[in-house]
Design a protein around this ligand. Structure first.
Ligand code: FBP
Length: 703
């Protein structure tokens, strides 16, 4: 073989090709850094104002009124352009400000553009304005860790995913001590305002900070972030104020691209069922969007499952006088039966493969499991409270945790309801597989939320599916259907008459469609028996090879691959929708600050319509707060929005379920959403869920 003379390593590394290949700045990054998202018309003016708007009503919680007195009467504000503003207004808009910004909770694509929008608006109003980024989430505020942002830093992250610039964290400022430390930092830094970019819990935090700092005239503005899409705001009359949190679209598109690729793979080598769990701690918005984007064969929506009632069991129990309403909701067993039904029906038409999408928060909607989650939340929270020691530190091993629960049956702990963990709970819990017990007992996050992302829900469901499919296969109900052409070809090649063997082999011979081997034929032995009984084979004769081949093809293997799509989509680069949305949110946050508001959440109304109808807003946070149980205590929080199963998006998915299951001959109906493109007219301009849910709704109105 001819030898090439190796190039000197120093020269090699200086080579342009090598330099380009090893640079972290890819072509995509270059495109993103240079991209300027469009801005809402109102921001084309130098000066904006936030004007309070009539016509929106909120049902205010008494507790919110008590705990947040200074911000509870805040109104919705629209960002507008003042006509001939007096000099004093212009001066105030342009006065020098010091503004802090913090990311809180899980990353969501677009966060960097909130910073960029805020930074650009602030610098445009006055070059002397200073923006400080708190590091690693709310801990940065508590511990006084921050950096002052400059042009270069901001420019390095424009339109890029992640929260890498200043990082994020899940700490909650939920004790008097943490609040005092946060306040010290904010006051010592002389901040005029702080922007909290976060989910429901973080915006709750923003409201409490706004109340605490009200007397000090430090303004707090929230920004609705979370890939889960569960911050959606309407007023009491159903007017939509914020249709979706940022990050949702990008994560959904990233998950959809991956699920679509798997659908392509499965329908190519036709041997795997891909079971895909997609993030979304509680609400199933992401799973719904993935269904619309990909037309996966089976998609489950938690909110729909929660609506399910096993009517037969309910009627039977009523007749027996043993009604317990909690026992007739969706169970994991029933869910696995529904999945098996889809698998069996597809196999019958020769499609022993496909894709299933299940939402991360599924378990929350399965009554039997939700009961465990709620009970264990209370038990763990009460243990931590009474012992001033973490449950998981005291009982690091699963066996120790199970022992503790077992002891509760006999001796209820102080502070807990006597029956909170009874013998039946203990027995049912001990019947669950170890990994599932571990999952349900897993450490709660700092907000007291159950960490669904840590539980391999798909594995729990899959184990049940596998067990039931085995039963169905042994009963001869799970079969791979065989095309008439294939059957005829194989027997013809072997010189056998297909019409002679067909009636003995198949349950539906002579009928159109795929051929299904008789239910009674489930093994080589039963196959031979059938042929002998039919008189077409001697008891000591061998099954013809072609018949054996047909039988073997009809016996399904259930091969699966499980996937979890979560952190990958959270870290993706934002879609153009999210780039634009977040940049304008940053601009909105500055306008709200410049107008002196506090306890408001920056938002854009009419996201579900075209960009030219977008309207920047401030939504008062305090009136949105409700009491919810967290860490075993009733706490004021911002309510999460679940999937509305009466809205068009879900109804469309439901109407297309059968079509997308494609349990009929012919091709699957998979949709290929394609990769996230930034500056292309082929890129969709908003999530499909939003588009559908806006049908029949005027811009700015409710359903
Ligand atoms: P946020 O609500 O903070 O945006 O986070 C949502 C989420 O992405 C969920 O979908 C998921 O369950 C959770 O974060 C995972 O959290 P962690 O980063 O703590 O594993």
């Amino acid at each position: 073989m001819p030898q090439t003379t190796p190039v000197d390593i120093r020269l090699l590394l200086e080579n342009d090709e090598v330099q380009q290949a090893t640079s972290p700045i890819s072509e995509s990054v270059k495109e993103r850094l240079g991209y300027q998202p469009p801005i809402c018309r109102v921001f084309q003016n130098d000066i904006t104002q936030a004007v309070s708007v009539d016509g929106y009503h909120f049902e205010i919680d008494v507790e919110a009124r008590r705990q947040l007195p200074d911000i509870i009467n805040n109104r919705v504000h629209r960002i507008t352009v003042p006509t001939d503003p007096p000099e004093s207004v212009v001066r105030d808009f342009r006065r020098v400000r010091r503004i802090g910004i913090v990311f809180s909770g899980g990353p969501a694509p677009g966060g960097h553009n909130v910073i960029a929008g805020l930074y650009d608006a602030a610098k445009r109003a006055n070059k002397e304005n200073r923006i400080f980024g708190f590091l690693v989430g709310p801990d940065g505020i508590i511990e006084g860790d921050y950096v002052e942002l400059n042009d270069a830093q901001v420019d390095d992250f424009r339109n890029l995913g992640g929260f890498t610039m200043i990082k994020t964290g899940r700490t909650k400022i939920d004790t008097a001590k943490k609040m005092a430390l946060a306040k010290d930092t904010i006051l010592a830094l002389g901040l005029d305002a702080l922007v909290v970019v976060g989910g429901d819990d973080s915006n709750t935090n923003a409201a409490f900070l706004a109340q605490e700092l009200f007397a000090h005239k430090v303004q707090i503005i929230g920004v609705p972030k979370t890939i889960d899409g569960d911050i959606q705001v309407r007023d009491a009359d159903g007017h939509v104020l914020c249709a979706m949190s940022f990050g949702f679209h990008s994560a959904a598109r990233a998950f959809s691209q991956a699920v679509s690729n798997l659908s392509n793979d499965s329908s190519s080598d036709i041997k795997y069922w891909h079971i895909c769990r997609v993030m979304g701690r509680v609400a199933s918005h992401l799973a719904l969007e993935v269904a619309l984007q990909t037309h996966a064969n089976l998609t489950f929506i938690g909110e729909d499952l929660a609506d399910y009632v096993d009517r037969q069991r309910l009627i039977k129990a009523r007749e027996q006088g043993t009604v317990d309403y909690t026992a007739y909701g969706m169970t994991l067993r029933h869910l696995s039966r529904v999945i098996c039904d889809g698998i069996v029906r597809r196999a019958a038409v020769g499609k022993n493969y496909g894709t299933v999408v299940i939402p991360e928060g599924l378990l929350e909607f399965i009554n039997e499991i939700e009961v465990f989650i709620v009970k264990l939340n209370t038990i763990i929270a009460e243990y931590n409270h009474t012992h001033d020691r973490d449950f998981h530190i005291t009982f690091p091993l699963l066996t120790q945790k199970l022992d503790y629960l077992g002891r509760l049956v006999r001796n209820p702990a102080p502070g807990l309801a006597p029956n909170i963990w009874n013998a039946r709970d203990d027995e049912l819990f001990n019947d669950l597989p170890d990994f599932f017990q571990e999952g349900l007992l897993t450490e709660r996050d700092s907000h007291g939320n159950f960490q669904f992302s840590q539980i391999p829900t798909e594995k729990v469901v899959l184990d049940l599916v596998k067990d039931y499919l085995k039963i169905l296969r042994d009963q001869g109900d799970y079969r791979v259907g065989i095309t008439q052409e294939y059957y005829r070809k194989i027997l013809g090649r072997a010189g056998l008459d297909p019409d002679y063997y067909g009636p003995f082999l198949f349950a539906n011979y002579g009928q159109p469609g795929h051929l299904l081997v008789k239910q009674s034929i489930i093994s080589m032995r039963t196959l031979k028996n059938a042929l002998v009984t039919a008189g077409i084979l001697n008891a000591d004769g061998a099954i013809p090879e072609a018949i054996e081949k047909i039988f073997k093809v009809s016996v399904p293997q259930f091969k699966t691959q499980s996937h979890f799509f979560g952190y990958d989509g959270r870290g993706t680069d934002p879609t153009r929708f999210d780039c634009t949305y977040t940049y304008n949110l940053g601009l909105t946050a500055f306008s709200l600050i410049a107008h002196g508001t506090t306890g408001q959440m920056a938002a854009i109304r009419n996201l579900e319509h075209g960009f030219d109808q977008w309207e920047p807003l401030g939504i008062p946070i305090a009136p949105l707060m409700r009491l919810e149980e967290r860490k075993g205590r009733l706490t004021l929080v911002l309510e999460k929005s679940l999937v509305d199963i009466s809205a068009p998006a879900f109804r469309v998915v439901k109407a297309f379920r059968e079509h997308w299951l494609a349990a009929s001959p012919g091709e699957d109906q998979f949709r290929r959403p394609g990769p996230i493109l930034l500056d292309s007219d082929k890129e969709e301009d908003r999530p499909i869920t939003l588009r559908l849910n806006a049908i029949g709704r005027e811009p700015g109105r409710g359903a």
